[in-house]
Ligand binder design. Sequence first.
Ligand code: NAD
Ligand code: TYD
Length: 352
Amino acid sequence: MIFVTGGAGFIGANFVLDWLVENDESVVNIDKLTYAGNLESLASLESDKRHIFVQGDIGDASLMAELLEKHHPRAVINFAAESHVDRSIHGPEAFVQTNVVGTFHLLETIRAYWNKLEGDNKADFRLLHVSTDEAYGSLAKDDPAFTEMHRYEPNSPYSASKAASDHLVRSYHHTYGLPVLTTNCSNNYGPYHFPEKLIPLIIVNALAGKPLPVYGDGQQIRDWLYVKDHCSAIRRVLSAGTTGETYNVGGWNEKPNLEIVYTVCSLLDELRPRADKQNYAEQISFVTDRLGHDRRYAIDARKIEHELGWKPAETFVTGIRKTVQWYLDNQQWVVNVQSGAYRDWLETNYQD
Ligand code: NAD
Ligand code: TYD
């Protein structure tokens, strides 16, 4: 079996759902259930014995050690993190606590577990650490995209805390020989995305008739990766990646934010026209820019393609249509997120 940490969050939940479709191998899912953890995203697995959910903190060494001894996973995939840049600007401490200190404790616990493994179990064990392109910093308009050799220049408390965790992971390979893999991916989008991030926020606000906040001039560029493509990349790196290596994962979809917002608006105009027949783009509202806002991220994903044969299946055109349609089809999930009802899911549905 495998361990997934942070598997009730956006990417982790998509990963667990896809994993159990692609494999018959069980998953122990350890998640602290912060505001970003939503077990309702995993509702379809409620009676699936292959999914074992444990509410816990990656920094809780005794809990993690106990779980490792009990279940003997062959791999740990670490998604657990504080992940929202704006929140890191307003309150960086939680980011240092989970992303840096939490990852450190996780590494220590896994090292102790791995040290006791023998033979093939030891040789085949993997820790896959999920990181971000934001650790590389910001690019100018004509700079080449980030390769794995680009130096780390994180600019926000979020990206600095992720960069710190990446360095710790790297050092545990170099110093102790721990078999680690690191992936640095671009901005994910798709189902179960918490509506504090750009794309789900725009969809949800548009449908609610609220303003669509665009920071600054809206010309900041991100690369957009459909979350299910990210999940397939992680599966590929886990099965074929070389330990100690990092792999950039991107969607080859660099776009300015304003273009993203217009694309979402025009899809909504087509799929769920406004009652007054006006365009959703009328709701766009330019607001004060984010502090220290990175201008451009871009991923050069040739290494994972050449070495591991992975490339994304979705273009932005296909992925964003699926995403908008998913939000239209899953309004109750959105309502429960907005009302906070998703936080009662554990008590209501996981009594034992
Ligand atoms: P998310 O915020 O949606 O989910 C994070 C999950 O981790 C939540 O379920 C939360 O409850 C859990 N968690 C937080 N602190 C924890 C702790 N101390 N112990 C255990 N669980 C804890 O984040 P996401 O968007 O799913 O991102 C997952 C990972 O991918 C993160 O490491 C993030 O840095 C990275 N990443 C995300 C993106 C993106 O576009 N979303 C891009 C690049 C990298
Ligand atoms: P976000 O989804 O928060 O991801 P990240 O900051 O990790 O890239 O933001 C994506 C881009 O959209 C980023 O440049 C900030 C911008 N943005 C807005 O313009 N308006 C918003 O309401 C949000 C949440 C983000």
